[in-house]
Design a protein around this ligand. Structure first.
Ligand code: FAD
Ligand code: DHB
Length: 389
């Protein structure tokens, strides 16, 4: 098979890139290691920046997002049992939308199917060949048979554990990493959310977050030791711990119920540079990971897709290769800023093993300053709703 762009990974970045390119007549194929059911079963991000919503609309997948997504004008922040609200709309004139990653992926698969997009699922042993030549190619095995795809460009959208980043020789890439000494235990429950907006809570027992997917589907997280086993956390233990960490008024009205998903995710900041090697581009989690605090992971994947799709569309339209040449620098500039914000949110809201009482009081002072300072609130709000592309 020959295509213009071979996309490795059928998560949100790969599907969105494929959709945006196809709409401009650029031929792509998506190679996904897992089955579609597996990809759609992963519960991940839930908060979309307005820039990502615009990109989804441009990709022709905004209809359900606009009908079913919940626009949030602000968020609540809590410390020492007291909470206050940051009004994104008033401070930045922008908002975020609560719409699950699962829904985004489902919409993208439906759009790709409607356009006869080529998606090869359960593609094993994907290997990139000669990415620094003018004629790169990719091989994979499906049902025991090896296949070859010749292409002009390869987009590595295959997440943190994919093959694309590893294809760049170690001496040609730099990696920056911080691993946090805790994880997030998250549950999904068919219960009404405790509030119409999210609550981010600092507490000496550890961070907690009240989030949601829709009017009868709640997503809650508590900071937990990263090596804890999910089995050690009965639903009752989870709800008790959550209630202890959030404002009393919220704890009193929290409606609990059986969890329908429960998992522990590690927290990590990671950035690989550069995001291009010859004719191979890295996109989304393949190049960078942020800790989830501040909901930037999926949104950063979307901004990478924005820069790369624009560059390739310009190139195939005969408008030059400047976008391709500057993709890595442009994408990384935004990646570093969003990583800084995620690191700051994580550092301010979580309990670190070695922080002591002094560290706890510093966090509380920082949050008290945030409550009183419109300048500090604006800094949080403009990062939360998303820096411009
Ligand atoms: P992915 O979604 O990882 O997609 C990559 C795809 O490539 C996958 O489908 C994978 O199966 C496929 N693949 C991998 N290797 C290969 C291969 N060798 N060949 C072919 N295909 C391959 N972000 C938030 O903002 N909020 C959250 O609450 C949040 N929670 C998260 C929880 C977890 C457990 C994880 C892992 C991430 C979470 N994130 C969250 C981050 C967010 O989900 C990611 O940033 C987002 O999924 C990135 O999209 P992507 O398409 O770049 O990568
Ligand atoms: C969610 C996850 C986040 O990391 C966050 O900051 C807000 C919401 C969520 O899964 O709903």
């Amino acid at each position: 098979m020959r295509v213009q762009v071979c996309i490795i990974g059928g998560g949100p970045s790969g599907l969105l890139l494929s959709q945006l390119l196809h709409l401009q007549g650029i031929d792509t194929v998506v190679l996904e290691r897992r089955s579609r059911d597996y990809v759609l079963g992963r519960i991940r991000a839930g908060v979309l920046e307005s820039g990502m919503c615009d990109l989804l609309r441009r990709a022709g997948v905004g209809e359900r997002l606009d009908a079913e997504g919940f626009v949030h004008n602000g968020t609540r922040i809590s410390a020492r049992g007291h909470d206050f609200r940051i009004d994104f709309k008033k401070l930045t004139d922008r908002t975020v939308t609560v719409y699950g990653q699962t829904e985004v992926t489902q919409d993208l698969y439906a759009a790709r199917d409607a356009m006869d997009g080529k998606i090869i699922e359960e593609a094993e042993g994907v290997t990139i060949h000669e990415p620094t030549s003018d004629a790169p190619w990719v091989t994979y095995t499906k049902d025991g048979t090896e296949h070859r795809i010749d292409c002009d460009w390869i987009a590595g959208c295959d997440g943190f554990h994919g093959v694309s980043r590893q294809t760049i020789p170690q001496e040609r890439r730099q990696e920056f990493e911080k691993v946090y000494p805790f994880g997030w235990l998250g549950i999904l429950s068919r219960t009404p959310p405790v509030d119409h907006e999210l609550i981010y809570s600092n507490h000496p027992r550890g961070f907690a977050l009240c989030s949601m997917r829709n009017a009868n589907l709640s997503r809650y997280y508590v900071q937990a030791p990263v090596d804890d086993k999910v089995e050690a956390w009965s639903d009752d233990r989870f709800w008790d711990e959550l209630k202890r960490r959030i404002p009393e008024e919220a704890a009193d009205k929290l409606i609990t119920g059986p969890s329908i998903e429960k998992s522990i995710a590690p927290l990590r900041s990671f950035i690989a540079e550069p995001m291009r090697w010859g004719r191979l581009f890295l996109v989304g989690d393949a190049a960078h990971i942020v800790p989830p605090t501040g909901a930037k992971g999926l949104n950063l994947a979307a901004s990478d897709v924005h820069y790369l799709s624009r560059a390739l569309i310009a190139l195939y339209a005969g408008d030059g290769d400047e976008g391709v040449e500057t993709y890595s620098t442009q994408a990384l500039a935004r990646v570093w800023k969003a990583s800084r914000f995620s690191w700051w949110m994580t550092s301010t809201l979580h309990s670190f093993p070695d922080q002591g009482d002094f560290g706890q009081r510093m966090q509380e002072a920082e949050i008290a300053y945030l409550e009183q300072s419109p300048a500090a609130q604006t800094a949080l709000a403009e990062n939360y709703v998303g820096l411009p592309y």
